[in-house]
Design a protein around this ligand. Sequence first.
Ligand code: NAD
Length: 502
Amino acid sequence: METGKCNGGTTAEKLPEIKFTKLFFNGEFHDAVSGKTFETIDPRDGKVIGRVAEGDKEDVDLAVKAARHAFDHGPWPRFSGSERGRLMHKFADLIEENADELAALDAVEAGKSFEFAKRGEIPTVLSCFRYYAGAADKIHGEVVKMTKPSMFGYTLKEPVGVVGLIVPWNFPSVLFAAKVAPALAAGCTMVVKPAEQTPLSALFYAYLAKQAGIPDGVLNVVTGFGPKAGAAVASHMDIDKISFTGSTEVGRTIMQASATSNLKLVSLELGGKSPILIFNDADVEKAAELALVGNFLNKGEICAASSRVLVQEGVYDKLVKRLVEKAKGWTVGDPFDPTARQGPQADKKQFEKILSYIEHGKREGATLLTGGRAVGDKGYFIEPTIFANVTEDMKIYQDEIFGPVMSLMKFKTVEEGIKMANNTKYGLAAVIVSPNIDLVNMVSRSIRAGLIWVNCNLELDVSCPFGGYKMSGFGLDNGLDALDGYLHVKSVVTPLHNSPWL
Ligand code: NAD
């Protein structure tokens, strides 16, 4: 199917059954104290899929009480690491058994490709739970070599306590796992606040955790809106740490809430405006594919999207030609259609925001090479869009658009390319395309970003820490570094009597 045509609306029959719509705490589903619910919407047509409990401050309080009780008195933090790991493996097995349903919930709420959710995202969720299940019995401190030989010191690693996990809508399952799995392995108990656009899979995961035997009160989920339920989590006096993924703007609010409440620990995974640098010696075909995927996969709703495409002048014309040809063949359509590479944007607000950025780009004088319009007359579909002649002062160059909009720029020297790449308030990721290892090594070290992909793009792996520089935040998801984020280090010091060294 060509860009500009939309095959949405053919799959009402593929709606997954919606089983869980209430808040989950203390091992049970509950209505909100207020009795209120909110609509969750199908972005293929803007229609209501279901109604979900609208949690607020009182509900967050109840969920935190459950998590606090489970932490202070329950078995989870007291289990051996191998017992926690065993239950996490069981949880992963149940997720695997329910992969289709979980992928369908994310596809229908977020508008993401069902095939990609099923074959890419749920396997990522599984490897995340299994990785941290394997790490749960390898948490230990170390013996410290003290300056005074008459003293003995060692460190203990202890769970930080009750954690608040606030996640966005673009990867509901992957980001749920990226936070919940290391927190569980560490022995923390938690309250998860999924995004209001995508609450359903988090409730399903909570149900599966209970089936796996994870004790009541360990994993609690409060659905609701950011400024109410999210803000109540961020400012709660009995939450010891917040791990947040979302926009830089809300990240700032989370830090303020910590500062004015109990100074809880904060870890922030925020926005990005990442560059892809394509050098003169790059394979043009490969570079075009990497740029395309980096901009249009998941409809561009990716924090690490390579939305600034910086191309060295020797390959610029050839690359632009291929990019435009490929973008025209990038199919937009129903996320349940396996031939569609791009579904609808997650919601109306996001759809309108992206279209207004496109208008901005045109007004600012960038050249629209392809795309630029909505697709079809229902739902929130947008054409893959490419702008050329973008300049560094333009809004579309500096702001995170979070949609299928690529900005192309030309550079002459390597130094100029690096300078342009670093000309952003963000620092989440960067892509380098070149076969020259010396150039790659030099550029990798010159770019201020948390993750550098060389001759590949968006290769996220649970073993590899992921986090930002600058206004893309601080703290890490993935890898053993993420596990450390849910652990306190405690030092224990004692005199050594009768030591032969005294
Ligand atoms: P958002 O910041 O609006 O919302 C994220 C979460 O925060 C949601 O659950 C929301 O309900 C909650 N929230 C909103 N206001 C709140 C408040 N005042 N207090 C507490 N919680 C609040 O972000 P979004 O629009 O849902 O997601 C898109 C953003 O997320 C983009 O900027 C994107 O780059 C970023 N993101 C970053 C990463 C990463 O790993 N760095 C990954 C995915 C998305």
